[in-house]
Design a protein around this ligand. Structure first.
Ligand code: CTP
Ligand code: MG
Length: 378
């Protein structure tokens, strides 16, 4: 018997409020690194094995979500309900495929591999629920907070999404679930209650659900590098590094104040956030930046990356300079950067070294700075 080709659709649940995440809007519509969480999640399902992606949206978010996916021909936005159970039930009513994969919009790190494991499990066993072995011991508590039972850890799993089923079976189970008025946190519990014990398949530890504010900072961390060089030659008896005035036989030539260290830091921050470089935002052809205080520009760059949903987590800077000697100014430089970036000084590291007499740095012609930054998303 030749296997019939089953069509596969996905339901991406996005009709929640994201209250626990504490943003001023649905957590799925917060941009992280230039793209919303929901766009990232939906994109994971946008491959040839999936026919249609139904995205559940609350009345409040419907317009914004429809706009986000205007360029995605596979996406259809459907109205969600007051609970996840109701949202999935409504989407199931709109589904036209044999197999349906239900996925939380709040799990943007889902991999193609998880999705394919899930589809394969449905075709083989009739259901597929992505899960990973629990690393914690799981306890069931009674109402007083006392442990009532502990399943053996080698059989305990953390259940994720996607969860796949034959659509008719799942719809039937949901009808009964809603008629009974029960509330369920996922689809496997609905299927378990009204069809049969669903089958687990291999999920992934990366496939985390974004629930609390801190969940948003780790997963979207971004690193960036910035490098800048300025030549000596300005008739001036100091240079500025991180806004700190350091005595020198000659100043650094620049359109701005020549703070080569801050320029490298700004480029690292902009690059990590996926933005353009300082030459784009503060061009030296623009008189506004003539003699500009680079620390003010740094504050402006901090605002720019904040608008993209990022803040600096830590910063590491290496200065290559034959002269002047910098050791005794390093703490002041760290404090100055920490202050402008709203960081603990311990999150700012600065090292300084000579170039052993080699090259333009060694000959004392200029200073080069390398900056490395880690951004967390907010
Ligand atoms: N969801 C839904 N319809 C609802 C409630 C939730 O489609 N009425 C979706 C959410 O958008 C989310 C997923 O179900 O992608 C999992 O729910 P959860 O992580 O609890 O998200 P929220 O309900 O939005 O968050 P919170 O409970 O913190 O308000
Ligand atoms: Mg919820």
């Amino acid at each position: 018997m030749s296997a019939r080709a089953f069509s596969v659709c996905a339901i991406v649940c996005a009709a929640g409020k994201g209250e626990r995440a504490g943003f001023s809007k649905n957590k799925l519509l917060v941009p992280v690194g230039g793209r919303t969480v929901l766009e990232r999640t939906v994109s994971a399902f946008d491959f040839p094995g999936i026919e249609e992606i139904l995205v559940t949206a609350s009345e409040e978010d419907r317009e914004e979500i429809s706009r986000l996916f205007a360029g995605f021909p596979k996406v259809r936005v459907v109205s969600g309900g007051a609970t996840r159970t109701q949202s999935v039930f409504r989407a199931l009513g709109e589904n036209r495929c044999d197999i349906v994969l239900v996925h939380d919009g709040a799990r943007p790190f889902v991999s193609r591999r998880c999705i394919e494991n899930c589809i394969r499990s449905v075709k083989t066993f009739g259901s597929g629920v992505c899960a990973v072995p629990s690393v914690d011991t799981v306890a069931l508590a009674d109402e007083n907070g006392a442990i009532a039972s502990v399943p053996p850890r080698n059989r305990a799993y953390s259940v994720q999404t996607p969860q796949g089923f034959f659509a008719k079976e799942l719809l039937g189970a949901y009808r009964k679930a809603l008629a009974g008025g029960g509330e369920y946190t996922d689809d496997s519990s609905v299927y378990a209650a009204f069809v049969s014990p669903p089958r687990l398949c291999e999920g992934s530890r990366d496939n985390k659900k974004l629930t609390y504010p801190e969940d948003f900072s780790d997963g979207f961390a971004r690193t960036g590098i910035g490098i800048d060089t300025h030549a000596f030659g300005k008739p001036q008896d100091f240079i500025l590094l991180a806004g700190v005035k350091i005595p020198s036989d000659s100043g650094l030539v620049a359109h701005s104040d020549g703070d080569v260290l801050v320029h490298a830091v700004m480029d690292a921050m902009l690059s990590a956030a996926g933005l353009k470089d300082i030459g784009h935002y503060f061009p030296d052809t623009d008189e506004r930046w003539s003699g500009a205080d680079s620390m003010n520009l740094l504050a402006e760059v901090r605002r720019k990356i904040l608008a993209e949903g990022f803040a600096v987590k830590n910063l590491s800077v290496a200065v290559l300079a034959e002269k002047p000697r910098l050791a005794k100014y390093i703490d002041a430089m760290r404090l100055s950067l920490a202050d402008t970036l709203g960081l603990d000084p311990a999150a700012v590291g600065i090292s300084a070294g000579t170039n052993e007499g080699l090259g333009y740095v060694g000959e004392g012609k200029g200073i080069t700075v390398y900056a490395d930054v880690l951004l967390k998303s907010l």
